[in-house]
Design a protein around this ligand. Structure first.
Ligand SMILES: NC(=O)c1ccc[n+]([C@@H]2O[C@H](COP(=O)([O-])OP(=O)(O)OC[C@H]3O[C@@H](n4cnc5c(N)ncnc54)[C@H](OP(=O)(O)O)[C@@H]3O)[C@@H](O)[C@H]2O)c1
Length: 244
């Protein structure tokens, strides 16, 4: 057990999740590095240790009940509580180059896989971690969403929102809606939950187009470390609140 605050970041072995883990580490959090592949998780922990971060690996496939249950048991054994949960793991459902997901030709199996990861995965992990979050004096949950999940922006022809992505974008809209319902349920508990858009980030996800993940991680780190009385049930990017 440790008196340090503990944070769990899902999909933290690379990309944005890795940098969120690093950012929380530099704020003196002990970071549980969620990774579905054990070797990739351990490699990330090694790199974080080299950067001076207190981190440990957690095998965590967000689509697996068993994996998530075992991860929650490990968090309990290692920390006895969880101060911040960052639901970062996500997939695009992209099967080729081009980033176009035409709703009229979507493969339902792909849609199902993206919802399973980006939405059900978040619910599964959040609910499994809640007993440990409730033991924290200031629990925080951050759901990594995207501006392409903003139905308000997607429906506004005056706004440039990128290509039609009928598998991926709606999963982030669904995640946004789920975030609101968690926030409503958490009213009065002290648990703050928000969604964040990191912007376009140079990771495997985008073929390394966009801004550096170190920079993009800042908004998620800020929401994971909000002071008591901070916002909840909202959707943020670097500049502040954005519409659902
Ligand atoms: N990059 C962007 O421009 C951008 C923009 C807006 C939002 N986002 C969101 O940011 C988050 C992170 O994306 P990224 O750009 O960092 O992508 P990434 O480099 O592809 O990393 C995705 C991470 O999620 C993990 N993951 C995927 N499925 C998983 C599962 N079933 N269980 C556990 N982990 C799983 C991956 O693990 P493996 O290494 O094992 O595959 C990897 O660690 C995603 O939610 C994405 O939707 C990204």
């Amino acid at each position: 057990m440790s008196d340090k605050k503990t944070a769990l970041v899902t999909g933290a072995n690379k990309g944005l999740g890795y940098e969120i883990a690093a950012g929380l580490g530099t704020r003196s959090y002990r970071v549980a590095v969620g990774a579905r592949d054990k070797a990739r998780g351990e490699a990330a922990v090694k790199a974080l240790h080299a950067a001076g971060v207190d981190a440990f690996a957690v095998s965590l496939d967000v689509t697996s009940d068993r994996s998530v249950t075992e991860a929650a048991e490990l968090i309990g054994r290692r920390s006895g509580r969880l101060d911040a949960l960052v639901n970062n793991a996500g997939i695009s459902g992209e099967t080729g180059p081009g980033w176009v997901q035409d709703p009229t030709t979507l493969d339902i199996a792909v849609v199902r896989e993206v919802v399973e990861t980006n939405v059900y995965g978040v619910i599964r992990v959040t609910n499994a971690m809640l007993p440990w979050l409730r033991r924290s004096a200031s629990p925080r949950i951050v759901n990594v969403s995207s501006s392409v999940g903003s139905v308000t922006w997607q429906a506004d022809p005056a706004i440039e929102v990128g290509p039609v992505m009928a598998a991926y974008s709606p999963t982030k809209s669904y995640l946004n809606a789920v975030t609101v319902h968690y926030a409503r349920q958490f009213t009065g508990t002290g648990i703050l939950i928000n969604a964040v858009c990191p912007g376009l980030v140079a990771t495997d996800f985008t073929g390394f187009q966009g801004r550096p993940p170190q920079q993009a991680a800042a908004a998620a780190v800020r929401l994971a470390t909000l002071p008591d009385g901070g916002p909840t049930g909202s959707f943020f990017n670097d500049d502040g609140r954005i519409p659902w």
